[in-house]
Design a protein around this ligand. Structure first.
Ligand SMILES: C[S@@+](CC[C@H](N)C(=O)[O-])C[C@H]1O[C@@H](n2cnc3c(N)ncnc32)[C@H](O)[C@@H]1O
Length: 238
């Protein structure tokens, strides 16, 4: 069992095979959710994985969380973990492909997401990497759809809060936001050393960095490269 703690609240996650375990990305997003002044009433968690964000939101006092994922293993893990944490009555787990055009009855205050967003030169062989990490060549394949489709479930004045690695093309994301109705945003930044799995893609990251569309710090002491994590909070004005 994994434990995540923030602001005196603690949740327990049973890591099931095939579903992504909570990561430092997840913890950074939880930190930003907790730092907000008010608790939203209804939230959609896009790409819920093992359910950590959804469960934390329910524990914070959100009345209704909708946990979306495309991967059956993630849906099963989220359902199990909501029961372990005693919040299954407030987390509605649904199989949704958020890259498809959506027809939704929802009108929530907030969409949160830790999207798959690692830039890769080609599609990974493993289904796990495909679901959890693959962000297309520039890392924005899913993010682009997240921004386009969130207004379908968000009320006017609501917020989209998501994690964006500096390895994906942040400039294009900032350009896209206004065209989807997000006219103001703020950004918190954190730094993270590269995970072991990143080194499979290091040649591609280097190429993107040279082109000026990915950013990370080179180590000066034989240590690891460092990526920046941005938590972008964007208001939907319609
Ligand atoms: C990086 S993981 C984040 C998991 C969890 N939210 C967390 O922070 O630990 C990305 C999640 O997005 C899901 N996902 C990938 N493509 C999706 C799609 N088209 N629609 C909905 N969810 C998707 C994956 O299955 C995975 O659970």
């Amino acid at each position: 069992m994994l434990k995540i703690e923030a602001e005196g609240r603690s949740i327990t996650i049973d890591p099931l095979p095939g579903a992504m375990d909570p990561s430092p990305y997840t913890e950074f997003l939880i930190e930003r959710i907790v730092a907000r002044d008010s608790v939203p009433r209804e939230v959609v968690d896009v790409g819920c994985g093992s359910g950590a964000l959804s469960i934390f939101l329910a524990k914070l006092g959100v009345k209704q969380v909708y946990a979306f994922d495309i991967n059956d293993a993630a849906l099963e893990a989220t359902r199990k973990n909501t029961r372990i944490n005693d919040v299954s009555d407030r987390v509605d787990v649904r199989k949704v492909d958020f890259t498809e055009s959506l027809d939704s009855e929802l009108d929530v205050d907030m969409v949160v997401s830790n999207p798959p967003s690692l830039p890769m030169r080609s599609k990974p062989d493993s289904e796990y990497d495909m679901y959890n990490y693959y962000g297309g060549e520039d890392g924005r394949k899913f993010i682009e759809k997240l921004i386009d489709n969130s207004p379908t479930v968000l009320k006017r004045g609501g917020r989209l809060l998501f994690i964006h690695t500096s390895l994906a093309n942040v400039g294009d994301t900032v350009e896209q936001l206004p065209s989807s109705g997000f006219d103001s945003f703020d950004c918190s930044v954190s730094e993270l050393p590269f995970r072991n799995s990143y080194y499979e893609h290091i040649d591609w990251f280097r190429e993107l960095k040279e082109r000026g569309v990915a950013h990370y710090e080179e180590p000066d002491d034989g240590g690891r490269e460092t990526e920046y994590l941005y938590a972008l909070s964007c208001e939907f004005s319609g």
